[in-house]
Design a protein around this ligand. Structure first.
Ligand code: AHG
Ligand code: MN
Ligand code: MN
Length: 337
């Protein structure tokens, strides 16, 4: 007869979240209900991504978003899936998407709507037509009591990264993987396509402390601040490898597992960098720190930055603690200038 301690645990993301919440006696279960909305939306997005060449979802919509970028059909599908899965959860008060200039204030949400969700519905969407990994990134904040009646829906969202309650991403790669943190480590789940559930594949993931790999769009190197250029020269001398996919989610996921550093410095075209603080940098920084890595904008920790606008951009240096430190040393606390 099999003893109970010999039974292998089979854990879905839902049961994992519930288990984590049980460590908090004050938890109401609301938070797990909210996260299940995110994972449900990601399953809808993944189904569309997987069939992208078969159904009419490839290409752009002909529209330009608030970031001045072409909106891909799949950007829109992903954005709508998240809105529909979260908009009726009752405990979500405000939703903000990288694809929309203004946040959504959910009218039916009363004081019980204790949470706000920000997301990048489809990261790396310009890669979708060429079958390269893309992803979804999310960040969850508390809707503070003083903001319940706020006339301005943007202000409550302008919280620094260290205030995040949870953050995560899903990478639609050779398999579909979900990574999340609620501030108690980083946990990884793989979607089992046959049963349609995200199954725990790696608990308490830690980023290697170093790794001889850098990830950057080096074509722009001539317009990087000097410190970044010095780092790239140094890394080449040290025989580092370069890996760059062009989807933050995929580049970050590799860095999390293998170590190394991902960089998006200021450039002539994007003096503040290209990536968005609230939709991309903050959630990734939360995950990196929880996995013993680091994230900086070249001057301060990403998680400490006080946002001033919803679609604010930031330079990003993220990855293994030692590698991030090395870039910062050469940037000399002045963002490399
Ligand atoms: P998004 O598709 O959400 O607009 O994000 C694209 C981002 C990010 O995924 C990636 O790291 C970066 O753009 C790549 O930019 P470059 O093409 O300038 O290298
Ligand atoms: Mn993105
Ligand atoms: Mn996007």
């Amino acid at each position: 007869m099999m003893r109970s301690d010999q039974i292998e645990r089979l854990i879905t993301v839902q049961s994992h979240i519930i288990e984590q919440q049980q460590m908090h006696p004050e938890a109401t279960g609301e938070f797990s209900w909210l996260l299940s909305g995110v994972t449900f939306a990601c399953r809808i997005i993944e189904a569309n991504v997987r069939r992208a060449g078969l159904i009419d979802v490839l290409g752009d919509t002909g529209e330009t978003n608030v970031q001045g970028e072409m909106v891909q059909k799949l950007d829109k599908i992903a954005h709508k899936a998240l809105l529909r899965c979260l908009g009726y959860r009752g405990n979500v008060g405000i939703i903000a998407s990288e694809e929309d200039d203004e946040p959504y204030v959910l009218q039916q949400a009363g004081p019980k709507a204790r949470y706000m969700v920000l997301f990048d519905p489809l990261d790396g969407s310009s890669n979708i037509d060429v079958n390269v990994s893309v992803g979804t990134i999310f960040s969850i904040l508390r809707r503070r009591e003083q903001d319940w009646d706020a006339k301005d829906p943007v202000k409550p969202l302008l919280q620094p990264g260290f205030e995040q309650l949870a953050a995560g991403y899903v990478v639609y790669g050779s398999s579909t993987v979900l990574v999340y943190t609620t501030g108690k480590g980083v946990h990884m789940f793989t979607l089992d396509p046959d049963i349609g559930a995200f199954m725990l594949s790696n608990e308490n993931v830690k980023m290697p402390a170093n790794g001889k790999m850098y990830s950057v769009n080096e074509a722009y190197a001539a317009s990087f601040p000097e410190g970044y250029q010095k780092y790239l020269t140094w890394a080449k001398k040290e025989n580092y490898s370069l890996r760059y996919i062009g989807s933050l989610v995929a580049d970050f996921h590799r860095t999390l597992l293998r170590g190394g550093v991902f960089l998006y410095p200021p450039t002539a075209k994007s003096p503040e960098g290209k990536l968005r603080l609230l939709y991309e940098a903050n959630p990734m920084a939360f995950i990196a720190e929880q996995a013993s890595g680091k994230a900086s904008d070249g001057v301060q920790a990403i998680m400490e930055k006080r946002p001033t606008s919803l679609h604010q951009r930031t330079p990003l240096i993220i990855g293994s603690a030692d590698e991030v430190e090395r870039v910062l040393e050469l940037c000399n606390g002045k963002n490399g200038r």
